[in-house]
Ligand binder design. Structure first.
Ligand SMILES: [Zn+2]
Length: 268
């Protein structure tokens, strides 16, 4: 049966003289692999350059074999801003690589598609810093790897103050149970609430959240450990963004400090 869908180009390579094989992340079919026969022969059916990151409309023929025939590709959005700023390119590449590595072929996830689309949009709206945390936190939840942050993993008491993150258990331990876990990292209540706010709030409201340097430091720890341990994926060096240290920022004249805070570098 013939199908039409929107999809991002995640990866591509040339096939024989004139054709192209690409990995796409589509809205309704999830990750698919497609062959574009005659792509380099200027076929009218392929009006898109099919660059990495581009969003296109595709017509294809789903079947049991791994590679599907794609008969039509029309460019919808090219996200060329990603090629103009290194930090944005790096974050976009991190999002794309995570989707490609984590999502299985034909594993449909409409919400991952829209998270990627929304985050690329907000990356272009000078919201790099927050968008990067929002993508990673929401992506984990959508893939079924939601860190347990509401209750202590051991005694199940509701967490009302600071707690301790335990990587192998994938969540928080209260101060009373902390003694029995050797490798746990203290997390402030502010960070726990920020993490939960991001998990539960949609765009654009989620961007209202202010992230202090301490909150970012603790989120960096949780995210890096969680991705490494549960998805075997190191989110560094693509993350976090280069940002001034608190001391550097305080050394700035007040006007520049305000400008830096407006850029979202520091939201204390
Ligand atoms: Zn406990």
């Amino acid at each position: 049966m013939i199908e039409k869908d929107l999809g991002f180009v995640l990866r591509r390579y040339n096939f024989r003289e004139t054709s192209l094989i690409a990995t796409l992340y589509t809205s309704r079919f999830g990750k698919i692999r497609g062959i574009f026969k005659g792509f380099y022969t200027s076929k009218r059916e392929f009006s898109s350059t099919l660059d990495i990151f581009t969003l296109n409309e595709f017509v294809f023929y789903p079947k049991r074999s791994e590679i599907w025939l794609v008969s039509f590709a029309d460019l919808i959005l090219d996200y060329s801003f990603l090629r103009e700023t290194i930090s944005k390119a790096r974050l976009g590449a991190l999002f794309l690589k995570l989707i490609d590595r984590t999502m299985q072929l034909w594993d449909r996830n409409f919400f991952v598609f829209h998270l990627f689309k929304d985050c690329l949009y907000w990356l272009n709206q000078k919201e790099e810093l927050k968008t990067s945390y929002i993508f990673l936190i929401k992506f984990l939840a959508l893939c079924g790897f939601r860190p347990q942050l509401n209750h202590c993993l051991t005694c199940e008491v509701e967490l009302k103050e600071k707690a301790f993150f335990n990587t192998s258990r994938g969540g928080l331990i209260c101060k009373n149970c902390y003694g029995s876990f050797n490798f746990s990292y203290e997390i402030s209540k502010e960070t726990i609430l920020s993490f939960l706010y991001i998990q539960e709030t949609t765009f654009p409201q989620v961007l209202r959240l202010a992230l202090t340097l301490n909150c970012r430091k603790e989120m960096d720890y949780i995210l890096r450990e969680f991705f490494l341990h549960h998805l075997e994926f190191d989110i560094f060096p693509g993350f976090p963004l280069p940002a001034p240290q608190e001391e550097e920022l305080l050394a700035l004249p007040p006007a520049e400090r305000v400008a830096a805070s407006k850029r979202g570098v520091y939201c204390g």
